[in-house]
Design a protein around this ligand. Structure first.
Ligand code: SF4
Length: 241
């Protein structure tokens, strides 16, 4: 059984695959409490989940949690009536339900794209054989409230066996030192791993990073890494879910 928040078809708004059509499967529960979290409701388990019936039509129905794995697979696969790039397993933190996710994954009929906070490396090992693309965050201590350097290092080492890119959300309060440490962490594993610098969408008192600082951070990153892009959250600009 899986605890879900929602299933729907939409446009990927972040990262290397921005603009692609995906089915989003939002899992409930998260092990972190980032200040800029834009899905705070998904951190908790809830009694119900929303499921879109027709891709892009927003004709949601409510279903009771937890949901049987075969039912989840059927609901996701039934949205593949138009071409989708992949199925985004997102949250919350999908790896909080890793064992169940590993049972669900082989039943899905499209490539699997894992969106993760990049801390639960032991759980990643359980799911990784089924995953095609890993979108891994590196959480900076200034906005996540804690250091996860060791966890991120172990996680990226494992994820590098698959297609992986790293996303780093940068806010005004992010320090130069922690940003540089994140660049060093990726470069120490593989300097060809794409890195996306995402200027924070200001929420919950999180302040936007200045355009000048963003230019400087990208230049610093490019001294260590071969593929560094600056991409904000675009689904909010487009009014998409
Ligand atoms: S890891 Fe993601 S879902 Fe969890 S608190 Fe941070 S931003 Fe929110």
């Amino acid at each position: 059984m899986l605890n879900l928040v929602e299933i729907f078809s939409s446009i990927q708004g972040e990262g290397l695959y921005v603009g692609t059509r995906q089915i989003f499967v939002r899992f409930a529960g998260c092990n972190l409490t980032c200040t800029y979290c834009d899905t705070p409701d998904s951190r908790q388990f809830s009694g119900q989940a929303l499921v879109e019936r027709t891709p892009g039509e927003r004709d949601f129905i409510r279903i009771a949690n937890p949901v049987a794995i075969d039912s989840v697979a059927q609901m996701i696969n039934s949205l593949l009536t138009i071409r989708h790039h992949s199925i985004s397993l997102t949250g919350g933190e999908p790896l909080c339900q890793a064992k169940m996710l590993a049972e669900l994954a082989p039943k899905l009929n499209a490539p699997l794209y894992l969106e993760t906070n990049g801390t639960l490396f032991e759980q990643l090992a359980v799911v990784l054989p089924y995953i095609d693309i890993v979108s891994m965050d590196i959480k900076l201590p200034g906005t996540s409230g804690k250091h996860y350097w060791q966890e991120h290092h172990e996680f990226l080492r494992l994820a590098a066996a698959k297609e992986v890119f790293v996303k780093i959300v940068i806010a005004a309060q992010s320090s130069k030192e922690e940003i540089h440490q994140a660049f060093n962490l990726v470069a120490g594993i593989d300097d060809t791993i794409p890195v996306i610098l995402q200027p924070v969408t200001p929420v919950n008192g999180c302040e936007a990073v200045s355009p000048d600082n963003m230019l400087a951070y990208q230049a610093q990153a490019l001294a260590l890494l071969k593929n560094v892009r600056v991409i904000p959250q675009t689904h909010k600009l487009m009014g998409q879910l």
